[in-house]
Ligand binder design. Structure first.
Ligand code: NAP
Length: 306
């Protein structure tokens, strides 16, 4: 029986592990991939205090080392369900069941899929959701990035170090990305934009994607472009499927909490990107993690006092 089980080892989960274990609680962090979460898909981080710039994977490694300094344990596992038995929470993984007094959900979010023909078929064969992982395969190629938010613009710029040209395809004629990123992208000679266009199909040969079919969102006109690779950054979906039965998510699937990171179930908390929140950043996930790490301590000591 642990004091705290943390589901997910992104920046939020690792901060909660640091705070809770430093308060002398027994902590288990369960993660189904490499520690770091979305940091592992992030090229350069330049808005996390303390670092002028640092790569996502480097920051992930530092946070991981830090999170276990006070005895928090990390284990591999794909969580499928939480059962709330009042003072005991059971966390089911595919092969194991763990018990804890409290659970912090830090499962994060996943890149949203477009859901158009060819996307699934060519995933890993020219269609990617991770510039850091796959960008280097596209030296001197013409790449397309789909989306107009921070991720599309930032990762589009990252791709220019490999690609001969990067075309950012956006469904409107104005980017959603932060102004500082927009300004840099507009100045980058390797980047151009296609406005008011959405992909309706990705096609290619048996080896890889070669073509994108696009629809103009204003005129409905259909066109085709040749593409050596496509990187899709159209937003995030919450990873909350295992927690649906708990009734703690909103209509869009994000977990609802108060300012103490408490869900409506006593002893179950949520932090970081998975939470219904106004800003999803490394810094906000870290803030959430520190609050939850402290709140579980208060909750457990209040139980011990009873
Ligand atoms: P996002 O901010 O939700 O932007 C998604 C973009 O994709 C929007 O431009 C949206 O268009 C477009 N889009 C959505 N659905 C689409 C569809 N079906 N077809 C075509 N285009 C579609 O997502 P994100 O860029 O992944 O960022 C996620 C969060 O992480 C945000 O909170 C962001 O600020 C944060 N982030 C921050 C940084 C940083 O601070 N350096 C870096 C990366 C991410 P519309 O604009 O028309 O809605």
């Amino acid at each position: 029986m642990y004091d705290v089980i943390i589901i997910g080892a992104g920046p939020g989960g690792m901060t909660a592990a640091l705070y809770a274990s430093r308060s002398d609680l027994s902590v288990l962090v369960i993660e189904r991939g490499a520690p770091g979460g979305q940091l592992m898909n992030t090229s350069d981080v330049e808005n996390y205090p303390g670092f002028d710039t640092i790569t996502g994977p480097d920051l992930a490694l530092k946070m991981y080392d830090n999170s276990s300094n006070f005895g928090a344990k990390h284990t591999y596992g794909n969580v499928t369900k939480i059962e709330n038995e009042g003072l005991i929470k059971k966390v089911y993984c595919e092969e194991d069941v763990y018990e804890a007094k409290t659970v912090i959900i830090a499962s994060g979010s996943d890149h949203r899929k477009m859901g158009v023909p060819g996307e699934e078929e060519y995933a890993g064969r020219g269609v990617s959701y991770c510039a850091v992982c796959d960008g280097a395969f596209f030296k001197d190629r013409h790449l397309y990035v789909i989306g107009g938010g921070d991720s599309a613009v930032e990762e589009g710029m990252y791709l220019t170090q490999f690609a001969s040209k990067v075309t950012i395809v956006h469904r409107r004629d104005e980017l959603r990305a932060q102004k500082i990123l927009q300004d840099r992208a507009f100045k980058n000679e390797k980047i151009n934009f296609m406005w008011n266009k959405v992909p309706t199909e990705f096609s290619g040969d048996e080896r890889k994607v070669t073509k994108i079919t696009l629809k103009d969102t204003k005129t409905e006109e259909v066109s085709e472009v040749s593409a050596d690779g496509v990187f899709i950054y159209i937003g995030l979906d919450p990873l909350t499927e295992p927690f649906k039965d708990l009734g703690i998510t909103n209509e869009e699937g994000w977990v609802v909490t108060n300012n103490h990171m408490e869900t409506k179930i006593p002893g179950i908390y949520a932090i970081g990107d998975v939470r219904d929140t106004v800003l999803r950043q490394i810094a906000t996930a870290v803030g959430d993690g520190s609050i939850a790490g402290q709140e579980v301590y208060k909750y457990i000591t209040s139980l011990d006092d009873k």
